[in-house]
Design a protein around this ligand. Structure first.
Ligand code: DGY
Length: 326
């Protein structure tokens, strides 16, 4: 019998990661391009050392209980709201994520949505493809200026911070709200202004979300918050869907309380609130934040290294529950 760790992978990852896993582990995996059911994951974890899973896999205590020998749950994502970390911690199972490697790529995506929704790129594209365009017109598809506008960042972790130089490139004023305020020196160095959340919403032309999903941030933006925003404001969400009350967002867009939204994530992925499919002032992307070949490869390699380390009895890098080693 091989002394390599046994790993169960819930969906195929980029080729470099697959090569690494095949070389260094005994790999069992889902070979189909679809989500696995809970029952299939329970079956898959039987007898393995490590579970390498995706943000679309809901890893609860039933799955953890299905294999008392499980040594790690390694998530192929920086977010880990799909894993019951408290349950894993109670069972002394390390949980890992992939921080850092997708920061710039996700900030690029947030900025792409911001520019797209401001300048109506996707909407214009759809129109041109109807073949109804009769030529340039002085009042056609007028959008919002990005340069010299005000960007409000909700959350100033890695990705939120990566938005700052991008905003700077467009001469934007940057406001931020974060659980922990930066020091005056840091604020000065980054040239950002701290605001309470309500004030940020009232002042910003663009609001971009960069907080993690947890009990404190669920529906952080709802009807009350949209009512505070400027009618010309645009919302960008590349963080997690449930941070926004999606039904309230639809109402705010319908009532003109805000002007539009660029969304990469949704409350009930892959389903959207039905009205969002029809709204021209909304750009909807299929959760592409980290979606470049280079970044997904780095995420895969990092998740694989995390998984292999824990399977071999080492403390894995990128632990989200370090308290299990106390
Ligand atoms: C993550 O890693 O949490 C991202 O949502 C993946 O794109």
């Amino acid at each position: 019998m091989s002394d390599k760790p046994r790993i169960f992978l819930t969906r195929e990852l980029p080729p470099q990661t697959m090569d690494m896993l095949r070389e260094r582990a005994v790999l069992t995996m889902n070979h189909e391009d679809r989500y696995l059911s809970k029952q299939e994951i329970i079956q898959g974890v039987q007898g393995v050392d490590g579970l390498l899973c995706l943000l679309t896999d809901s890893i609860d205590d039933d799955i953890l209980a299905a294999n008392p020998g499980l040594k790690v749950v390694a998530n192929f994502a920086v977010g880990f709201n799909n894993i019951d970390v408290a349950a894993a911690t109670a069972r002394k199972i390390p949980v890992t994520n992939t921080p850092g490697v997708l920061t710039e790529t996700t900030a690029d995506m947030a900025f792409a949505l911001l520019l797209d929704i401001a300048r109506r790129v996707a909407e214009g594209d759809r129109f041109v493809r109807t073949r109804a365009w009769q030529g340039w017109g002085p009042l056609q598809f007028l959008g919002a200026d990005v340069s010299h506008s005000t960007l409000g960042l909700i959350g100033l972790g890695r990705i939120g911070k990566a938005m700052i130089p991008r905003a700077r490139g467009f001469s934007m004023r940057v406001l931020y709200w974060n659980r922990t305020r930066l020091t005056p020196e840091e604020e000065n160095e980054l040239q950002v202004t701290y605001c309470e959340l309500d004030e940020l919403l009232q002042q910003s032309d663009f609001v971009s979300l960069h907080v993690a999903q947890n009990d404190d941030t669920r529906h952080l933006l709802g009807a009350r918050e949209f009512a505070l925003m400027k009618p010309q404001a645009l919302l960008v969400n590349t963080a997690r869907g449930p941070i926004v009350d999606e039904k309230a967002l639809v109402v705010a867009l319908q009532n003109g309380e805000i002007a539009g939204a660029g969304l990469d994530v949704y409350e009930q992925e892959p389903a959207l609130e039905p009205e969002l499919y029809e709204m021209d002032n909304v750009v909807v992307a299929p959760h592409l934040g980290s979606g470049t070949i280079g970044t997904r490869t780095k995420m895969g390699n990092m998740a694989a290294e995390n998984c292999l380390a824990a399977c071999l009895g080492q403390r894995p890098p990128n632990l989200v529950n370090p308290q299990i080693y106390d």
